[in-house]
Ligand binder design. Structure first.
Ligand code: PMP
Length: 398
């Protein structure tokens, strides 16, 4: 953590750090450390032990003819099971799916793989294929490819033969989205559904898009395990994505896949095993309660700032998983600074020692910033206090 005010105690991630009252709060990235106490409570049943002689081969036990030769079959089973438990994505034939499964080093690698797969057969004069997304968007900046190029805001785009990234719920503002451009038959869509889980939003439909991306990072908080997956309808597109992962990293860590298998198994068990049989604690309830509390606290702080700030509207919907109407609890706050004379909200917050990503980096308004709602309690509590204290001319920690 590049943060001089944070004292990391060597052997104790558990009680990891103490924040000085004047510490810099780094909420720029989407680090999901909020989930640490949950996994501490789960304890040893989420632990993976891998003997020294295991997982040595580049190859998995996937059967001959399997598309994704580096995919651990039990990992795929654990993921399909969780999607069935939650009902957020079509994974089976009976859902009209029959999806192919590709594992990647986070959803980040699968983005690149999908863009490659959707653009590599384009005519030379159509390359690099434009990639667009409606602003404010989660930008996947580093796209050094002759096949595709970043072309910015979907709503400002007029060409043909493009790829649109649809992130729903959206990073940075949590909006539930559909493709911005009505498909003229020349558009190819990549659906980034990494936040389409019950702690963040109502599960309203079983999503069944051509390419759907998910990541362990935002479901369980295990961002460091670097595991993502894609559900892909078309076999040839899936095959090209596998080729991309093969060429760029010769597959995906087996150790990580085994760890993810264990972790996801614990999540599903909590909903499928009877409580009497000692089922583990329930992840989605834990995360939803935490996020809901944080949203309440942040909204109250913003209200107390007497008009200096505003936030995205609260939305709600009927969740088929929770079987009730729930408010959305986005993973990010999209905070707008309404103070007179402040044009750059990120710079203004930096003055309060709050590091947030400025709106223009999402193709949006510099008066907005994105703030991570998934950091640790201490960081979040200090954030709320600082926002609320703004009506005081000179906050006392400065
Ligand atoms: N998509 C979105 C919308 C994200 O917010 C993130 C992480 N910030 C990712 C994809 C990538 O996640 P990872 O590489 O950790 O799987």
């Amino acid at each position: 953590v590049a943060n001089a005010d944070v004292a990391i105690r060597p052997h104790s991630w558990e009680h990891y750090f103490t924040l000085a009252p004047g510490a810099v709060l780094n909420l720029e990235l989407g680090d999901p450390t909020m989930y640490e106490p949950f996994w501490r409570a789960v304890g040893p049943r989420a632990t993976t032990v891998i003997p020294g002689s295991d997982t040595m081969s580049y190859f998995s036990d996937a059967g001959a003819g399997e598309l994704c030769w580096f995919l651990e079959p039990e990992f795929e089973r654990a993921v399909r099971r969780l999607h069935r438990v939650v009902g957020n994505a079509a994974v089976d034939d009976q859902d009209g799916g029959g999806y192919h499964f590709v594992v990647g080093n986070g959803a980040t690698q699968l983005f690149q793989a999908a863009m490659y797969a959707l653009s590599c057969d384009a005519d030379d004069d159509a390359k690099p294929v434009p990639v667009v997304s409606a602003a404010p968007y989660y930008s996947t900046n580093l796209q050094l490819s002759g096949h595709f190029r970043w072309a910015g805001d979907a709503n400002a785009f007029t060409g043909e033969n493009y790829i649109e990234l649809v992130c729903s719920p959206n990073n940075p503002d949590g909006a539930v989205r559909e493709a911005a451009l009505s498909s003229s038959g020349t558009a190819k869509l990549i659906h980034d559904l990494v936040y389409y889980w019950p702690q963040y939003t109502a599960i309203t439909v079983r999503a069944a898009h051509d390419i759907m991306l998910f990541t362990l990072s935002k479901i369980t908080g295990h961002a460091g395990t670097r595991i993502g997956w894609a559900l892909v309808r078309d076999r040839d597109v899936a095959r090209k994505m596998v080729y991309f992962v093969d060429r760029s990293t010769i597959g995906v860590s087996k150790d990580s896949q085994l760890r993810a298998t264990k972790i996801l198994g614990v999540v599903s068990d909590a909903y499928e095993l009877p409580h009497a049989a000692g089922a583990p604690p329930r992840l989605f309830g834990f995360a939803r309660r935490r996020l809901a509390e944080r949203w309440r606290a942040l909204r109250a702080a913003v209200a107390a700032s007497s008009g200096a700030f505003s936030l995205q509207e609260e939305t709600s919907g009927y969740c088929n998983f929770a079987k009730q109407t729930v408010a959305a609890c986005p993973a990010f706050a999209w905070l707008r600074c309404d103070k007179d004379g402040v044009e750059d909200c990120a710079a203004f917050l930096a003055g309060l020692k709050i590091v947030a990503r400025g709106g223009e980096q999402f193709g949006g308004d510099a008066r907005c910033v994105r703030i991570n709602m998934m950091d640790r309690d201490q960081v979040f509590d200090l954030l709320v206090r600082r926002i609320a204290s703004l009506k005081i001319e000179q906050p006392d920690y400065l």
